[in-house]
Write a protein that binds this ligand. Structure first.
Ligand SMILES: [Zn+2]
Length: 217
């Protein structure tokens, strides 16, 4: 049974690892952003509640977000486990999640923290480029296209992400670290936090995560 939470600063490759882990274990990768959009679109009770906060430019309260997450975790595809990405973000959310999971007797298996040095993260994020027509992603340093500025697959034009200037990136990383450290302590205290060295290739990082998870069984 794999019930996982992924933590890690921007640039740690958490999203990529989430996809790989979801494939390996046949469990869904659940992002709160997607759940929220889905509820709002379907006009569910929770969606309408969430919308009223978003319309006022306020954060959706923790209990609404947690209800949505628990609702999603009750779906059949999450029976064998799940991967939460981007949630919880705060200790209050982590506490609410813990209560809800223990009520359904499904405690977390592990919290994987993908850790990476600040400078490595900045270099990774700075080089990212996306194809403007097919959406494929490249990295100017680590995964460059065959021809500069042109997508290998469709010949579309590559563009750097707008929010990827160095100052913005450094600020995002700093904000993340400040938010994440109490959350990490929360999981350290519960003895479920495992630090995965997130420097290296995606395959190397994935191997490290899997080696740890297999060791749990
Ligand atoms: Zn393309």
């Amino acid at each position: 049974m794999m019930r996982l939470v992924l933590l890690g600063p921007p640039g740690a490759g958490k999203g990529t690892q989430g996809v790989l882990l979801a494939e390996r274990y046949g469990i869904p990768q659940i992002s709160t952003g997607e759940i929220l959009r889905d509820h709002v679109q379907r006009g569910t009770k929770l969606g309408i509640q969430a919308r009223s906060y978003m319309d006022r430019g306020e954060y959706v309260p923790d209990d609404v977000v947690v209800s949505m997450v628990m609702d999603r975790l009750a779906e059949p595809d999450a029976e064998k486990g799940f991967i939460l990405d981007g949630f919880p973000r705060t200790v209050a959310q982590a506490e609410a999640l813990e209560r809800a999971l223990s009520a359904s007797d499904r405690p977390l298996t592990a919290v994987l923290k993908f850790s990476i040095g600040g400078e490595v993260a900045v270099r990774r994020l700075l080089g990212r480029a996306t194809c403007t027509s097919c959406g494929r992603t490249y990295h100017l340093e680590f995964k460059p296209p065959a021809q500069e500025g042109i997508c290998d697959v469709c010949g579309g034009r590559l563009e750097r992400r707008g929010d990827d200037d160095e100052l913005t990136i450094r600020r995002r990383i700093a904000v993340y670290r400040e938010q994440a450290s109490p959350l990490e302590m929360f999981y350290v205290e519960r003895d479920v936090l495992y630090q995965v060295d997130a420097e290296g290739t995606p395959d190397e990082i994935f191997e490290r995560a899997v080696t740890f998870l297999e060791g749990l069984a």
